[in-house]
Design a protein around this ligand. Structure first.
Ligand code: 26M
Length: 810
């Protein structure tokens, strides 16, 4: 008989484990045996939060004692994702907390996985704000983020029979252990009503309605826990939550109407990243959060420094796109109506305080509000905007060579047709700095949308190329690669990604290349298992993983990728004898709920996937996967497993892109156009380590201005016409053969996004990718060089530039 083996004694509980259990009992109200995963998650976060609070208070005290200038980042979106892993790793507590939980029989990775993904943003702009918050804490800058605490953030996407279905996401369902409700920080925000008094005497705005803005603070932990900053999100409540007179008179619903109206302000994030909504509720959201934030900033300044006139020395307010642009008028109102400053002085303070970042040149995304709506909702701000406009237009008329047309383009009021307030012009004239987010984008700002404003204020536009935080987008999402890099070049890159450069020479080291491709392979196995379990699709981890994940928009050209996939499918079937590179085409992304073509493109990707994946004649050579519900957490899973990064927007249309940077940092090669930050990525990684194709921005502009005939282009390309015809005639939609007829007709007739014009160059580039893949040593070397050479795209570098060149805080 076998000797009996005594069970190993349970390892002693660490003080940390004891604290987690204590939190579980006393703050969650559960004992160990009753606790479920969510309870352990909350107990872990609350325990960690207690430690963060000490650093948080120290950071606040330090800024106060130093009389430091503070940075305020105003954004209607913060796409922060999950926070636990990020906080643990920035505090260097990953292993310790993992061990403590293991002793309690809890798997840290498992509870990390059930933390809700805070999706208070649409895409690039919101994620940038989140990366910036982390980098500002890392660089030890006293900074506050201001935004809205949406009850429903970005919708959850379900794919039903290939179609996108939008469901509400309830990220607060289990409560939010990260946040602190600040009952003491509440502000009155008014709407409507009338302005009393005149320009000469004392002016007073008497709003018809008001809500109370209530602050919720989330700590933002910088790398190595050096500093903890605050993300302050506003919620709304009625002043009288219930009108007792109405209630007692029997009007039970009417008594609650104020509360319902207030809550509607923070109910949902507008789920569009490409077209201005134009609805009254959106303007109300913008003003609500701008007013609360500016009041808070002004209150803090006066409390700390006593004199409102020193505001620009002690506060830099950055406007994340035009969504908070009404802040310019709100600060003017507070300075003039509440602090009794003369207009000129108020204007100087305002301009010195604000900076504005533009994120898109798409005309349909430029915000403007019908003048009657603006005037009804914000009558005092409308007066101030007229006064500002008068000043600016007088300046414009005085300057040499300004045509009437140029003056009209500078005006804050669009007089073409229905009169509208132009928020970009307001943000521009109200700021001392206006920046674009990549070199090409900034150049185009000067040439197009802001050409006349640029002539009037030639020193104002500047570039700040975007960046990404290497903590979340390398160290946390790709521990395998991080460990490998650390073994090779030491840990210095963790504090300064420029140090990744030393990895460059390892691209020539066969044994390193072997280990590097081993890490990539194991990430691909991980993703394959996830896709297998979640959608029942089996993938070959040795195939080339070709990935396009981003919001679905015509200018991002998922359609180009899908048509190329169809053409490839065709080729593989016609020439089965050829030596095809096994590929997995991975797509993910959400479409704005009202964006018809974007939703149809999602359906098409799913229809193509269905057909291709079930066709035995392509063997295992081609698979197509559309992963539902793209969000930050899914990106963290997919990016480390990618071989090829699709960045194929029509040149001149993607302001920067930031996914492009995340993929390169994780060792994927880019196939892309000369657009946005792709151009700068190419300059950093070198022409041999990126695959560039297609029209340049200038060529696109010239084609659009000239006589571009897409029909001729399509008919002149056998591969393209076959693929387009197949889609148009219902090969992929036998249940509804005309489903894609209109979509394909759009290519023949206008092709605004130059899908046809770039198709041949794109397929040629894809076949060049195949050839490179066949040379695995060469491929891995190029991938390693990407990792080594894109350290510059850290948001620490970006924020350093903002701090020195715009905010004056470093
Ligand atoms: C506006 C009005 C009403 C409702 C929604 C909007 C709106 C919301 C988000 C408009 C645009 C929005 O986002 C634009 C955006 O995400 N731009 C992206 O910004 C990134 C960060 O700078 C860049 O990398 C991307 O290229 C750019 O598309």
């Amino acid at each position: 008989t076998e000797p009996e083996i005594a069970p190993a004694p349970a390892p002693a509980r660490s003080p940390l484990a004891d604290r987690i259990v204590d939190t579980l009992i006393h703050r969650i109200g559960k004992d160990e045996r009753a606790a479920r995963k969510h309870d352990w998650l909350a107990a872990t976060i609350l325990t960690l939060r207690d430690e963060i609070i000490d650093k948080w208070m120290a950071s606040t005290r330090q800024a106060h004692a130093a009389g430091a200038k503070r940075v305020y980042y105003l954004s209607l979106e913060f796409l922060i994702g999950r926070l636990l892993r990020d906080a643990l790793s920035n505090l260097g507590r990953n292993a310790e907390v993992g061990d403590a939980l293991a002793v309690l029989g809890v798997d840290l990775a498992e509870i990390e996985e059930i933390e809700p993904d805070a999706a208070l943003g649409n895409g690039g702009l919101g994620r940038l704000a989140a990366c910036f918050m982390e980098s500002m804490a890392t660089l030890d800058l006293p900074a506050y983020g201001y935004g809205i605490r949406y009850v429903n953030g970005m919708f959850r996407q379900r794919i039903d029979d290939g179609w996108q279905v939008e469901l509400p996401e309830t990220w607060l369902a289990h409560g939010n252990p990260w946040e602190f409700e600040r009952r003491e920080s509440a502000y009155f925000v008014g709407f409507g009503g009338e302005v009393i008094g005149n320009e000469v005497g004392h002016v007073h705005w008497k709003p018809a309605e008001a809500v109370e803005a209530l602050a919720y603070d989330t700590p933002v932990v910088g790398w190595r826990g050096k500093r903890v900053n605050t993300l302050r999100l506003w919620s709304a409540r009625a002043f009288d939550p219930i009108r007792l007179d109405a209630f007692n008179a029997g009007d039970h619903i009417g008594a609650l109407a104020g509360q319902v109206r207030a809550e509607s302000l923070v109910r949902v994030l507008y789920p569009s990243d490409s077209s201005a909504a134009g609805q009254e509720l959106r303007l109300r959201q913008e003003y609500f959060f701008s007013s609360a934030s500016i009041q808070d900033i002004v209150r803090r300044h006066v409390q700390y420094f006593g004199d409102i006139r020193t505001l620009p020395d002690k506060a830099a307010i950055q406007l994340n796109d035009t969504h908070p642009a009404v802040s310019v008028a709100e600060l003017m109102r507070l300075l003039i109506d509440h602090h009794d400053l003369p207009f000129d002085e108020a204007w100087e303070i305002t301009r010195k305080t604000f900076g504005y970042t533009n994120h898109t040149l798409l005309p349909e995304a430029l915000e403007s509000w019908p003048l009657p709506l603006f005037e009804r909702l914000l009558p005092r701000h409308m007066q101030l905007i007229y006064a500002i406009n008068g000043r600016v237009l007088r300046e414009a008329r005085k300057s040499d060579g300004m045509s009437d047309q140029a003056v009209a383009a500078i005006s804050l009021i669009d007089e073409n047709g229905e009169r509208r307030v132009r928020m970009a012009n307001l943000a521009f004239v109200g700021s001392h700095s206006v920046n674009g987010v990549a070199a090409l984008h900034t150049a185009l700002m000067k040439q197009t949308v802001f050409a006349d404003l640029h002539r009037l204020y030639p020193a104002r536009i500047n570039n700040k190329t975007n960046g990404i935080t290497p903590r979340r987008w390398l160290m946390d999402c790709n521990p395998g690669l991080t460990a490998l890099v650390r073994d090779a070049i030491g840990a210095e890159f963790c504090d300064d990604t420029a140090k990744l450069q030393s990895l460059d020479s390892f691209s020539n080291d066969p044994s390193f290349r072997e280990r590097f491709s081993g890490v990539k392979r194991s990430n691909k196995v991980g993703l394959s298992n996830f896709i297998g379990e979640s959608m029942g699709l089996r993938l070959d981890p040795d195939a080339l993983f070709d990935v396009q994940i981003k919001r679905v928009h015509e200018y991002k050209r998922q359609l180009l990728n899908i048509i190329e996939t169809v053409a490839l499918y065709d080729q593989i079937r016609s020439h089965p004898e050829e030596d095809w590179t096994p590929r997995v085409k991975i797509f993910a992304g959400k479409a704005a709920s009202s964006y018809h073509n974007a939703k149809l493109i999602i359906k098409l990707a799913n229809d193509v996937a269905k057909r291709v994946n079930s066709d035995p004649s392509v063997g295992g050579l081609l698979k197509v996967a559309f992963l539902p519900n793209y969000n930050v957490s899914l990106a963290e899973r997919i990016i480390p497993a990618a071989d090829l990064s699709e960045q194929i927007s029509t040149a001149g249309m993607e302001a920067s892109g930031t996914g492009n940077m995340k993929f390169a940092l994780n060792g994927a090669l880019t196939i892309g156009t000369l657009d946005g930050a792709n151009i700068e990525i190419k300059e950093h990684v070198g022409d041999d380590n990126i695959v560039i194709f297609g029209l340049t921005a200038d060529e696109v502009a010239a084609k659009r201005a000239g006589s571009y005939r897409p029909r001729e282009v399509i008919e002149g390309s056998r591969e393209l016409s076959q693929a387009v015809n197949a889609i148009a005639s219902g090969v992929f939609s036998p249940d509804d053969p005309s489903r894609y007829r209109e979509l394909m007709n759009g290519l023949y007739d206008h092709d605004w996004f130059m899908v046809a014009a770039d198709f041949d160059a794109y397929t040629a580039a894809q076949r060049a990718v195949d050839a490179r893949w066949a040379d695995q040593a060469g491929w891995q070397a190029a991938a390693i060089r990407n990792v080594a050479r894109v350290g510059w795209f850290s948001s620490d570098r970006t924020i350093g530039e903002y701090a020195r060149e715009i905010w004056g805080v470093m």
